[in-house]
Design a protein around this ligand. Structure first.
Ligand code: MEV
Length: 305
């Protein structure tokens, strides 16, 4: 018996960093997916083929954790594949962890709810990374566009029909734990200022939550622009990301911002479809790489069993 599962990557829409401190964020799942394939084998040891090097630890530890938890001695052959590189910051580690737990629970007939898969995956990410709000895990599990509070205290799917985004990769890989630590040290030094920033980010998230369901992209664009300014105040943007954001808005995007931890990875721009190619071109002209992807897609799913 063989089981194939896939889980989506994510893009943070608003509220990054503040979410680590207990404020809400908005996240959307994207149609760049991680695929895993598992089968039972009569081998003494598991065989794991995880070419996305960074992810192999997430796969190995999740398999060990699952087998221990459910008292399983049977070995498995495990293969992973990705529609995207871990370098772009679309959440390949969380997607692969979620897909691994879903694949194992399916092949071993363990009835885990989506919430169980979220909890197991979040526990695993904390064990390996030490930090993180779990928003990326929630996107990989539940898909769609979510209003989210750290640890999954709230995971609320929003009624979103479309979310027209342009995604630009800055060409530089960011290390999320390092950026979380950078913000923590700024918070220590300038607590009042940073708390103010987080509070403002949180009100933008609350406003955006309503606006996104109304499909008012002009207003959402303004909130996105404001969020980018706050992320700059938090000192997590880079000159390249700022140039890409500026290029996108000058070319007619409703709004643009860095997405994720900052320090590199991706930016997003909210666009009217008739401006899409102009905005893409503008981002490319300042050295960004366009990643074509659809937002608001389905969460983890069994593809074949
Ligand atoms: C990283 O993509 C977003 C952060 O808020 C970290 C997290 O929420 O885990 C910086």
């Amino acid at each position: 018996m063989r089981v194939k599962v896939s889980a989506p990557g994510k893009l943070m829409l608003l509220g990054e960093h503040a979410v680590v401190y207990g404020y809400p964020c908005l996240v959307t799942a994207v149609d760049k997916r991680i695929h895993v394939e598992v089968e039972k084998i009569e081998n003494e040891k598991d065989i794991i083929d995880s070419p996305q090097v960074k992810e192999s630890r997430f796969v190995e530890e999740s398999i060990n954790f699952f087998k221990k938890r459910f008292d399983i001695t049977q070995s498995v052959k495990f293969q992973t594949n990705g529609d995207f590189s871990h370098r772009v910051g679309l959440g390949s580690s969380s997607a692969v962890t979620v897909a691994t737990f879903k694949a194992l629970s399916t092949i071993f007939g363990k009835n885990l709810t989506l919430r169980d898969i979220f909890d197991l995956s979040y526990q695993m990410t904390l064990k390996i990374q030490g930090v993180g709000s779990g928003f990326d895990i929630a996107a990989a599990v539940f898909g769609k566009t979510l209003y989210y509070l750290k640890g999954g205290e709230i995971i609320e799917p929003l009624l979103v029909n479309k979310l027209p985004l342009v995604v630009g990769y800055s060409g530089r890989k960011a290390d999320t734990p390092t950026l979380i630590k950078k913000v923590a040290s700024l918070h220590k030094k300038k607590r009042k200022k940073v708390d103010e920033i987080f509070k403002k980010m949180s009100s933008l998230v609350e406003l955006a939550k309503a606006v996104i369901e109304r499909q008012d992209f002009e207003k959402l664009g303004q909130l996105v622009k404001e969020d980018h300014r706050l992320l700059r105040d938090l000192e997590v943007s880079t000159a390249k990301l700022d140039r890409m954001v500026e290029a996108a808005t000058s070319a007619g995007a409703e709004g643009a911002k860095l997405s994720g931890a900052g320090g590199g990875d991706c930016m997003i721009a909210l666009v009217d479809e008739d401006k899409r190619s102009l905005v893409e071109k503008a981002i490319e002209e300042v050295g960004g790489e366009i990643i074509r992807t659809e937002a608001n897609v389905e969460g983890v799913r069994v593809e074949e069993q």
